[in-house]
Write a protein that binds this ligand. Structure first.
Ligand SMILES: [Zn+2]
Length: 179
């Protein structure tokens, strides 16, 4: 796979106004976009794990998402699956299983871009939880060139796939104590 290095460099620019005055450096931008992803995670109706994402295109267009069901479907992300009596807890167990139609936060950003006709090529994805393998694969083919994540998912294979696909992967290092 080849990656246009112009797109790469556009992800680490210092933003300036039309007179060349510095508006924000990369750390400030990373904090603003990760903060946006965190605030969106809070809106998820998932009971198992609330994840937020923010996709920023190479020209600074920002698309947000969180994990949830498709538009128009009941906004309930899990099925309650009854299990048999648990001898250890001496209780009947109900397990929450994520519904197959639930769309992950990062994919919801990409779907939003598709719906609005916005190119993901050269974009940066900010996500509160590192991606699963299918989302990593889709981000590679959507043209995302950089991923910034806050928490590491229990399975780091998604990260491995992104790196294999030539995507820049970074742990979020900003300061968001006030959120
Ligand atoms: Zn995923």
């Amino acid at each position: 796979m080849t990656v246009d290095t112009n797109f790469m460099s556009s992800t680490s620019q210092v933003h300036t106004d039309n007179r060349g005055n510095k508006l924000a450096n990369q750390k400030e931008l990373d904090e603003a976009y990760m903060g946006t992803a965190i605030l969106h995670a809070r809106m998820s109706k998932a009971r198992r794990s609330k994840v937020g994402a923010c996709l920023v295109t190479r020209n600074g267009v920002c698309l947000t998402g969180f994990n949830g069901t498709p538009i128009g479907l009941p906004n309930n992300c899990e099925n309650e699956v009854s299990r048999t009596y648990n001898v250890l807890t001496a209780q009947d167990e109900v397990i929450l299983e994520t519904k197959p139609e639930v769309i992950h936060a990062e994919l919801n950003c990409i779907m939003k871009a598709a719906r609005e006709g916005v190119s993901c090529l050269g974009g940066t994805m900010y996500v509160t939880l590192s991606p699963c393998v299918p989302c990593a694969a889709m981000m590679i083919n959507a043209g995302i060139v950089r991923l910034v994540y806050k928490e590491l998912y229990r399975d780091s294979q998604g990260i491995d796939k992104l790196k294999e696909g030539g995507i820049i992967v970074e742990t979020f290092k900003g300061d968001l104590d006030e959120l």
